[in-house]
Design a protein around this ligand. Sequence first.
Ligand SMILES: [Zn+2]
Length: 70
Amino acid sequence: MPTYDFTCKSCNHQFSLFTSISGKKEAKCPKCGSQELTQRMTGFLYAKSGGGNNSGSSCSGGSCSGCSGC
Ligand SMILES: [Zn+2]
């Protein structure tokens, strides 16, 4: 299960959640309860260590179709 890092737009609180794709839609700030979150997925370690599906281990600026973080 991937880890998602969130930054709350309301209070700037940063937190991480272990959640599913569907679960992240309901993610909210544990501090102020806002759902205005900036989301960043950090669960890509498994892709690198797993000998992966992609030969390019680093994103080259938006050309990676599987990466929402670049
Ligand atoms: Zn907040």
